[in-house]
Write a new protein. Structure first.
Length: 128
């Protein structure tokens, strides 16, 4: 900006060497240049601020939508799993259930023990 001011000052000084008209024109040119720069900067700042607001809003909306999709997907999966378990329990006889539970406990003993402890705790709380 200093270079532009020097050029503005030098031009009237060459055209009107020593006259007050040259200085007045120079001051007017500097003021006009400053006002134009301030207006352009102000508009630029306002546009940048608005763009930031819009992008932030869109980003937040996208996150909310993604969370809802995840929740819906988990709900759908849980409903499907419960439906499968219900169908299995309806169609299976006692001997098949015992056989399947035994196979699961043999394959995954620690989770089976933890599930049994948790189930026993829940039953104890419900009945007391």
């Amino acid at each position: 900006m200093a270079g532009a001011t020097e050029r503005v000052l030098a031009k009237p000084a060459r055209e009107n060497s020593g006259g007050s008209h040259g200085h007045a024109a120079c001051i007017c040119a500097i003021m006009e240049n400053t006002l134009t720069t301030n207006r352009n900067q102000s508009v630029h700042d306002k546009v940048n601020h608005r763009v930031d607001e819009v992008t932030t809003s869109v980003g937040q909306s996208a996150q909310v939508a993604a969370d809802r999709v995840r929740e819906a997907d988990l709900t759908e999966r849980a409903a499907g799993s419960l439906e499968n378990v219900g169908s299995y329990l309806e169609g299976a006889d006692y001997d098949q259930l015992v056989e399947d539970v035994t196979a699961v406990v043999k394959r995954h003993p620690i989770p089976a023990i933890l599930a049994g402890v948790g189930l026993g705790y829940l039953i104890g709380r419900l009945t007391s």
